[in-house]
Design a protein around this ligand. Structure first.
Ligand SMILES: [Zn+2]
Ligand SMILES: [Zn+2]
Length: 420
């Protein structure tokens, strides 16, 4: 078996990994590069893989499958550009959330004709057997993979952690007898640049959010990603324990509607209501076939007068909703939970959003934890997996793996073939 990390040996995001035999070629993830936090104008590097994209060079060896670990843009972002006849595999909820995001943004086409990944259900692509394992990550329905072929075993972790709601599931992956003694472990190392980093658990974060909400007299506005479901759950629980009504916008409502019934959503939880951001709603009604996305939740809408008057709300918001907050909601004595990566604070829209609240004397508290593994989780992985070789991916500091685990770590370069 051979491994080619087309992108990711020395960067976070934009992942693309090929695993192949003489018979089969499989691509894991087709990610778009993340924006450069220091040079936003920097041009994105082109990802060159024969036979993968519509305009790629063709060889005599077609790609047999594209397998997507999860729906973050740095793993699925280039899917629109790939050849349509390559079979695509992705988790069901992951695909549904991706398609909902496409419905609401001009970016990206919906995916169709895909096959679903199911936890621990192995499938064959020619002479390669793939077994997906659900893992805990900030994207719901994320998978790691065991890849077997030519008598060899390779593991690819995708993005993972163990301090979220599905921590036990990650544990099942690394403590599973099937996954030990792999020939190669392709493992992400996003957080390894921070020495001995210990991540706060989502549950602990929820307790902090609760304490913060209790201290706030007015409404609490939470700036977070709508697709970070673990976080929505923690914020919902904190709101409930402090007698607040959770208010989500029409986009978040559509995302939550894709989730299992245990996840709070306006259709089945009577303490979750919906509001319609003005510009987004206008846009939905102007576009063909999109009004149903808005109409679907009409009966769960919080009435205009309540939206203006109530001070017991916990509102999930995005930066571009400032107009709605200012004109249509009550923000006196309110506060903000900033629940995203700190680096986004330099983004113009985020800055404007936070400045508005600061000027209105509202307290802003950062309550966030990483979507990626901390050092202890990575050490546990290596301890239980006992891999013969480790190839770090999705990291800017592959050398830290060498520092921690010594000479079983192989540092390869993007695009170079590695024989297993
Ligand atoms: Zn990623
Ligand atoms: Zn991710």
């Amino acid at each position: 078996m051979k491994i080619i990390v087309h992108r990711g040996t020395n960067q976070v995001g934009g992942s693309c990994i090929e695993v192949c035999t003489n018979e089969a070629r499989i691509i894991f993830d087709v990610g778009e590069e993340l924006p450069d936090k220091f040079q936003s104008e920097r041009e994105k590097k082109l990802l060159i893989v024969d036979d993968l994209f519509v305009n790629s060079k063709t060889s005599d060896r077609k790609i047999d499958a594209i397998i997507i670990s999860h729906n973050h843009g740095d793993h699925i972002g280039l899917i629109d550009l790939t050849k349509e006849d390559i079979p695509l595999f992705i988790g069901k909820t992951s695909a549904d959330v991706h398609n909902t995001i496409c419905d609401f943004t001009s970016k990206g086409k919906k995916i169709k004709k895909h096959k679903y990944l199911v936890h621990e259900k192995s499938f064959n692509i020619k002479d390669i057997v793939i077994t997906p394992f659900l893992v805990d990550h900030s994207a719901y329905d994320s998978y790691a993979f065991m890849i077997e072929g030519n008598g060899k075993k390779v593991l690819y972790t995708g993005d993972f952690r163990s301090h979220g709601a599905k921590g036990r599931i990650t544990e099942w992956f690394y403590k599973n007898p099937k996954t030990t003694n792999s020939d190669v472990l392709l493992i992400e190392g996003t957080n390894l640049y921070k020495d001995n980093y210990i991540a706060e658990t989502e549950t602990h974060l929820g307790k902090r959010a609760e304490e913060f909400m209790r201290k706030t007299k007015g409404n609490v506005f939470v700036l977070q990603s709508s697709a970070n479901i673990d976080r929505v759950v923690q914020i919902y629980k904190a709101a409930k324990r402090t007698n607040r009504l959770l208010l989500v916008d029409i986009f978040t409502a559509n995302i939550l509607a894709q989730m299992p019934s245990s996840i709070p959503n306006p259709e089945t939880f009577n303490d979750v209501k919906v509001f319609y951001p003005y510009w987004l709603t206008q846009h939905l009604f102007k576009e063909e076939n999109k009004s149903s996305l808005a109409n679907k939740f009409a009966k769960y809408k919080l009435q205009k007068s309540e939206l203006k008057q109530r001070t017991d709300l916990c509102v999930l918001v995005r930066e571009n909703m400032l107009w709605d907050i200012e004109k249509r909601m009550n923000y006196s004595e309110s506060s903000v939970i900033y629940s995203k990566w700190e680096g986004y604070k330099t983004d113009k829209k985020v800055e404007t959003f936070l400045t508005f609240f600061r000027k209105n004397n509202c307290v802003i508290e950062s309550i966030h934890t990483s979507g990626h593994a901390d050092t202890n989780t990575i050490k546990d992985f290596i301890k239980y997996f006992k891999p013969k070789k480790i190839i770090p991916v999705h990291t800017e500091t592959p050398k830290k793996y060498v520092d921690l685990f010594g000479d079983i770590v192989v540092e390869i370069k993007d695009g170079i073939e590695y024989s297993v």
